[in-house]
Design a protein around this ligand. Structure first.
Ligand code: MN
Length: 426
């Protein structure tokens, strides 16, 4: 693959933009009409349906794939098409490349990002959430089971996960209604039903899959590159009180399935290639089906910011409560996909696999409020004078991610935001 780290686009792109020509993430937008596939460049979106219909992608990608209202057909088309399309888009957008797009001088080819709304990029058939941060799993183990070994004996042998609810995955900006549910205080003899009092976030990265495996046939770690299209930011909203009461013996259920937010732009593995890194040493060595020669971690800096209703009223900017990095996750995406299909289960185009909460080793690098506030014993101070252990109505949470490296143009994921609405009558 030829390096594009020094290329510039003939379209103006601000230096701090997450979307230089090196990124070109895929998403689905609507300007009030049809849902349309596009790639982000600077503060614009290049309309790929219009580009295909103008004949500029002929021989690279079938027009009907790019005229779909979701990215599933493109994700089904496979790595050859993905990489060919990316190369062609770079040629059309770079200075001194193919001038065909520039010569068209057709303003309908581009829309301004802030003037359109973003949609879910794929129709998500299945959603899996892992639990792959050693630090997060250890912290949650200590908080949920203070008397036992924080890590379950299986944790270092396989990427633990659960099946989430794909229909409640929502796009950036969708308000999050505080869920009702059954919960039991440790001091109470019986549970009650009502609004969650321990609403939380989980800072995660998810990957979306490409061509399906056949039923009964697994996707080995060595084939991950052909089956993973790209990555998005994920906020796995969690009701800790509902979760704590329900999670044994079968795992998370209604404490998680009310909403999961993703960012609108899928950053491709091709764009992330310069930011690949070696993950942590795994001990014990994984079983053969999880063995993995390549570096499958990615250096992605992440942060979480909160803005309360009172902060907004006073014009106070969102307050960053955590900074962490995806790169040190114990289990990587190739192992997660190999494990999720190890029994022959199918991963289809557009399915979502989230990493699990990404927590670092320091108190300011934790990916959830239950960890940041240590189960409410160390409330966080906000700039408006309030404190937070868990989320209040009106709180707005924004997660963001960027990849920075010396000699490389910075690329980013944009952000994913959700604001907490009061519960309906329970
Ligand atoms: Mn999660």
């Amino acid at each position: 693959m030829s390096s594009i780290s020094q290329e510039e686009s003939w379209l103006p792109v601000l230096p701090e933009s997450h979307f230089p020509i090196q990124n070109l993430p895929f998403g689905v937008f609507s300007d009030g009409g049809l849902d349309t596939i596009g790639v982000a460049i600077g503060d614009r979106i290049l309309n790929l349906a219009a580009l295909a219909n103008a004949g500029l992608l002929d021989g690279v990608c079938e027009r009907e794939i790019l005229n779909a209202p979701v990215l599933n057909p493109l994700l089904a088309a496979g790595r050859g098409v993905w990489s060919g399309l990316r190369s062609r888009l770079i040629e059309l957008l770079k200075t001194n490349g193919d001038s065909a797009l520039r010569d068209l001088n057709d303003h309908a080819m581009f829309v301004v990002q802030r003037e359109v709304s973003m949609r879910l990029p794929t129709q998500i058939g299945d959603y899996v959430d892992f639990y792959s941060s050693l630090e997060h799993a250890t912290n949650l183990g200590k908080l949920f089971r203070p008397d036992g070994d924080p890590l379950m004996p299986n944790w270092r042998w396989m990427p633990i996960g659960y099946h989430g609810r794909s229909a409640t995955v929502v796009i950036d900006g969708t308000p999050i209604r505080r869920p009702c549910g059954q919960r039991k205080l440790p001091t109470a003899s019986e549970p009650t039903f009502g609004p969650s009092a321990r609403l939380d976030i989980e800072l995660e990265i998810g990957f979306l899959t490409g061509p399906a495996n056949a039923l009964g046939q697994r996707i080995p770690t060595g084939a991950a590159r052909d089956h993973v299209f790209g990555l998005v930011l994920v906020n796995d909203w969690s009701a800790r009180d509902i979760q704590a009461w329900e999670y044994q013996p079968l795992g998370p259920f209604l404490g998680k399935s009310f909403a999961t937010t993703i960012s609108p732009w899928i950053v491709t593995l091709d764009a992330l290639e310069p930011f690949r890194m070696r993950g942590p040493v795994q001990d014990p060595a994984p079983l053969a089906y999880l063995a993995c020669d390549d570096s499958w971690s990615y250096d992605i800096a992440l942060d979480v910011a909160i803005q309360s209703e009172a902060m907004r009223a006073r014009g106070l900017a969102p307050h960053v409560v955590s900074r962490t990095n995806y790169g040190m996750m114990y289990w990587n995406l190739a192992q997660q996909l190999a494990h999720a299909t190890a029994n022959g289960a199918i991963a289809e185009p557009g399915d979502l696999f989230a990493s699990g909460t990404i927590s670092g080793t320091t108190p300011d690098s934790l990916g959830s409020f239950i960890e940041l506030s240590w189960n409410g014993t160390r409330p966080l101070s906000l700039p408006d004078g309030q404190t937070r252990s868990f989320l209040q109505d009106g709180d707005r949470i924004t997660i963001a991610g960027t990849c920075r490296k010396s000699g490389e143009r910075t690329i980013g994921f944009g952000s994913a935001t959700g604001e907490i609405l009061p519960s309906d009558a329970c």
